[in-house]
Design a protein around this ligand. Structure first.
Ligand code: MRU
Length: 329
């Protein structure tokens, strides 16, 4: 990949500021858990595995900054509620002894490295599912920008193309924060992978056109039964894919699988500010006084998901059994 999403150097965590992309590739540097939690909340860094990695470094930084460990952990955990990677990473960090900077930083390095390896393995497993000569449609950004690098859904795209498959890549713009238009398009073009951008509302027409061989998306949290929370707009995409008989694959590391949640009903869904919907590029487009419904994620029922691709292999329905087997539970 031609860019770095997050890295630790000179006693601080450096984050490629995703709010400014693609116009500005600036870096935000954080030196405490409090600053890390703010960066996660404000989407300097976003995407489930990437925020797990950032939170791990944030907790390491808390030891350096002299912050109270439990308060730091609580601040990081509450930064964003839906991606389970945050809880997963913080639980791993909390088990580290001694709770000293060097030991905590070493664990955060491991989490980052493991995520990178998981993405590469997801890419390998997922590439085998990609039909030759057809389009791949993705949503949001589940790429190197959303992970330690390489990506989950975009890891599948990268691996399929690197393996010689001919497939055109299509990305939905992903209203309202435009992760597809701003981030997926940017990161694929940075790596020389052509991509066609479409408004989210055009996805059903594209799927019914016969051009698309599969839909590949990431996940913020997969429940035990396979119900999957991902960027809002994934669920309607799954319905349209089902209607067009196109398989939808979820690509996610085991750190995104929450075996403690029995179904999607137990997944908390983040609601974000009204301004994300009422404004475009800082300009108001909806009238003053309008009410707004702005969930950041939706839950796709497991019955619409053809397979869940993890670093340990591909889970197929019934997910209750296949996910538990892959997770070794
Ligand atoms: O609100 P975001 O941009 O953090 O949402 C990200 C997504 O929904 C991704 O698809 C998901 O985290 C998977 S990233 C590999």
């Amino acid at each position: 990949m031609s860019f770095r999403t997050l890295w630790f150097a000179d006693g601080a965590l450096h984050l490629l500021d995703q709010r400014g992309l693609p116009a500005r590739a600036e870096v935000v540097t954080v030196k405490s858990a409090e600053e890390t939690a703010r960066a996660i909340r404000e989407m300097v860094v976003r995407g489930a595995p990437a925020i797990g990695c950032a939170a791990a470094y944030g907790l390491a930084l808390s030891a350096r900054a002299g912050e109270d460990f439990e308060k730091a952990r609580a601040a990081l955990l509450s930064a964003r509620p839906t991606a389970v990677n945050l809880r997963w990473a913080l639980e791993r960090m909390a088990a580290v002894r001694p709770r000293a900077f060097e030991a905590l930083k070493a664990e955060a390095d491991k989490i980052l490295q493991e995520d990178l390896e998981a993405c590469r393995a997801i890419g390998r497993h997922g590439a085998a599912l990609v039909p030759e000569g057809k389009g791949i449609l993705t949503h949001c950004n589940a790429g190197g920008l959303a992970t330690a690098g390489y990506g989950t859904a975009l890891g599948v795209v990268r691996a399929a193309i690197a393996g010689g498959k001919r497939c055109d890549v299509f990305a939905g713009e992903t209203r309202p924060w435009l992760q597809g238009a701003r981030l997926t398009a940017w990161e694929l073009l940075q790596d020389g992978i052509p991509v066609t951008l479409l408004p989210d509302v055009a996805a059903a027409s594209l799927l019914s056109s016969g051009k698309i061989g599969c839909v590949v998306v990431g996940a913020d949290r997969v429940a035990r039964n396979g119900d999957t929370a991902n960027k809002v707009g994934t669920y309607p995409l799954a319905l349209a894919a089902q209607a067009a008989a196109v398989p939808l694959f979820v690509a996610a590391p085991l750190s995104s699988i929450d075996l403690r949640a029995a179904s999607g009903r137990e997944i908390p869904i983040e609601e974000r500010s009204a301004e994300e919907v009422t404004h475009l590029l800082g300009q108001r487009v909806a009238p003053e006084g309008v009410s707004v419904f702005n969930p950041a994620f939706d839950v796709t029922p497991a019955r619409y998901i053809a397979a869940i691709v993890t670093e340990r292999g591909v889970a197929r329905p019934p997910y209750q059994d296949s996910l538990a087997a892959l997770a070794g539970a």
